[in-house]
Design a protein around this ligand. Sequence first.
Ligand code: FNR
Length: 338
Amino acid sequence: MSKRSERKEEHLALAQMFFNKKKSNSFDQMQLLRPALPETKVDLNSIQTSLFGKQVAAPFFINAMTGGSTKSLGINRALGEVARKTKIALALGSASILVKEKDQLESFDVAREANPDGIVIANVNPATPASSSKEIVEQLQADALQIHLNTVQEIAMPEGDRNFTWLENLQEIRQTVTVPVIIKEVGFGLDQATIHHLKNEGFTWFDVAGKGGTNFAEIENSRNQLDLSYLEELGLSTVISALMAQKEAVNFIVSGGVRNPLDVLKGLVLGGKAVGVANTFLQALTEHDQDYLLQMIKNWQQQLAALFAVYGVSEIKQVTKIKSYFDLPLKTEIEQLI
Ligand code: FNR
C-alpha cells in the first residue's frame, strides 16, 4: 500500500477512535423559538430541495471523507448506494491522490457507479493542478467540486504541505472546471475575511466546515511523535462561521459537528443551502453496516420533516424565518467577531 493510501486508512481508523456522538458544540448554544400552535402537518415533501441543478429528498448530505485505498473503496460503494436509495447528495474524499496514483480511480468511481443519477461532489486539495481537477470532475461525472483549505491539518502532519500560496491555483481550477466550485474547510471553519476575499475573486459557494465535530488536529496529532495537542483548540465554531458566511451573502453549506436532525434544522436556519454530515454518518456505517446507515438517514428525513412542522414550516424556503437566539458564551463571541 502506498504512503498516501496508508494515510487514508489511518484517518478512517482515527476518525472512529475519536468519535464522540455526545460531544457538545456551538449548535447547543443556539436556540430556536417554537410556536405551540404551528398549524402545520408533517410532510416529507416539505424537506425536498434542489442542489446543483438536481432534486434531492433532503437538504442534508454526506460530506467529503474518503477514497484512495482498499477500505475506502468499500465505504464509497456503500455511501453511493445509500445516497441513491435516500436521494441525498454525496461528497467524496480528496481525489488529489489520483494525480500520482491513477489506479485508485475505482475507489472513488464506485460511488458514481452505485449512484449514476444522484449528486456526486468531487473534492481536491488546493494545490491540485487545474487540468487534473478537470479530469477528476469528468471521470466522476461530478456535479460540483469541493476544494478544501486545511492549513491546520497540514501543519499537524509531518509530511504535510508547508506552502499555502493557493489563490492562483484556486483561480485556475475555477476557470478550468465547468461545475460549481465549493471552497471548504475541514473542521476549523472558514473566516469572514477569507470568504469576502474569495467572493471578490469570483467564488460563489462555500462550505464553512466549522469546529465542533471531527478535529483533524486531534487525528493528526495521534499519528505524530511531537505533541501538537494545542492545535486542537484552534478554529471557528460552525455557528460562528455560518453567521460569517451569512453576512457575506454567499451560497453556503453548514457543516462541522452535525449530530442529529435538530442540528440540520439549525444549519438551515443559519442560512445554509444544505447541511453536510461527515463522521456521524461514517460511524453509523463502520460501527454497524450499510442497512443501519440507510435506516438512520431515512429516520433523519422523517424527523427533519417532523421538526419543520413543529417549528411552523411547510417548505424549505420558510426555514430562515424561524427565530433563533444564543446562549451567553456564543453571544459574546458573536458580538466580538461579527
Ligand atoms: C474528512 N474530511 C475531509 N474533508 C475534505 O474536504 N477532504 C477529505 O479528503 C476529507 N477526508 C476526511 C476523512 C475522514 C475520515 C473524516 C471524518 C473527515 C472532513 C469532513 O469533510 C468535514 O469537513 C469534517 O469532518 C467536519 O465534519 P463532521 O465530521 O464533524 O461532520
